[in-house]
Design a protein around this ligand. Sequence first.
Ligand code: DGT
Ligand code: CA
Ligand code: CA
Ligand code: ZN
Length: 586
Amino acid sequence: MPSLTNREIADLFETVADMLQIKGENIHRVLAYRRAGETVRELPRDLHAIAAEGLLTALPNIGDTLAEKITEMLETGKLAFYERLASEVPPGVVAILRVNGVGPKKAQLFWKELGITSLTGLEEAARGGKLRDLPGMGEKSEKKIIEGLEALKRQATGRTPIGTALPIAESILERLRALPGVTRGVLAGSLRRGRPTIGDVDILIESENAQPVMDTFVTLPEVARVLGHGPTKSSVELHSGLQVDVRVLPKERWGTAIQYFSGSQAHNVRLRELALAKGYSLNEHALSPVDKDGKIIEDAPKLFCATEEEVYAAVGLPWIAPEMREDQGEIEAAQAGKLPELITLSDIQADLHMHTTWSDGKLSVREMAEEARARGRKYIVITDHSRSLGVANGLSIERLLAQQEEVRRVDAAMAGSIRVLHGTEMDINADGSLDYPDEILAKLDFVIASLHVSLRQERAQITQRLLNAIHNPHVDLIGHPRGQYIPDREPVDADMDAVFAAAQKSGIALEINANPRRLDLEAPYARRAFELGIPLAINTDAHAPDQFDLLPFGILTARRGWVTAAAVINTWPLERFLAWVQSRGR
Ligand code: DGT
Ligand code: CA
Ligand code: CA
Ligand code: ZN
């Protein structure tokens, strides 16, 4: 018979209290369950033993009714009252209470007004600006909820998505760089390498005078706790929970330090071996000559490196881009003189994936085109959602064709400064069908096909959906192919070998979605696709103008995947891009 532990019974009582409170029940009743939960949680003895002695009602806060409920749980492993409540208040609504800034009243409000019954639903609503207009809410409380969600995720994984960590790190870096005596400051560690999630932020500051940097850093307004405050190194925890380390060093030793603290650890281990083979011990301070047993020769002059290039040169290598420093073959490539020339932000000519007010975007076609032009894009494709994606106001065929007229007008009006093309981000439906017929796709300049629904289908089915899209010659690009959402939504369970083989054969392009919550394809897959000669596209999928600025995250991801500009179709000049689309058989 399933029997419950004290802790499980305490949890159930507390959940019941939450549910009653969300339902708006009498506060005394709510508190009775909450106190009972606390009593049980703190009991020094097993409830079974107390029940056997008939002493349940002798416990503080436990009367006849609650004693009966405890007996029921001990005997059946269940609580019928809880199950009745759970059929009224979805468990996901209770889960929302774990978010800092959300109490039972708000949970009820979000549930009743917006139908929010999960953390994911809450996040989507908060990020979509849908909470602020509810009674008792505002932009500030909406922002607080987003922060609460971030903190909760960090508790779960211990890591922060790069899209959250980078702006925080840059803002701190900027203030430290402005201090007197500071000649340089950079982000090191996993942020510099562009990892999708960040354990902690590492900042290096070049200055002859460390004290003011340290003192300013530990007293920044966002600091919650000082974990360490030394003469040249300090660590803090921010209110958001993110940890930040700052180190200050002089110019002469900058190279070894930045190399060391950029990592990865695996890459550094390889570098140290190479140094040892050349007779040096390498650490963050210097290259120190060693004897044949590997012992540092104390009186021999050390080699200091002011630049990273000098460190790599000392171990016989050309400089290696930080994004590649994962010991994934980059040392061997460097030794063989075969390091790729990685794509850079300035190679990007176009953005092939964005949304407007026609579906779930914030700006009109014209406004998006102007924002893209202001950021130097030479051409863009307007790709709103297709008809089946009701939640995103997907376009019926009629609306799609009407939109085409608007896009043509905007294109004509902006001629000479930016080309505005018309496309779609078409759903690959759950049954594997594509959301528009071929004759409609044939009218579009560019077609993206993406998975948005039924992402948890089993492998054969979800793979087949991707293959269906890849096999359609009207489809030019698979958008965010793996459907992940960092850090909490796992990618689809597709057979990526089959997907890549089909893509290679059909000549279709695959997306590296630059949104830091997606980064999809992720670097290892981008690298594999690149090696197979599959064209790639790095797009922002912008739903609002500021999202155009997420492009660097896509570039970092591509660079982590060893991708060069030539393989990325939106680095191509317009004519070449159009010729490629033409050759795709429409
Ligand atoms: P993270 O913070 O988990 O996202 O990843 P990282 O790479 O930023 O790691 P972190 O902050 O622990 O250390 C920054 C860099 O310092 C790391 O990439 C390499 C270097 N490092 C730190 N500890 C060690 C170590 O014990 N051995 C070696 N070889 N390098 C280390
Ligand atoms: Ca770090
Ligand atoms: Ca660190
Ligand atoms: Zn999209």
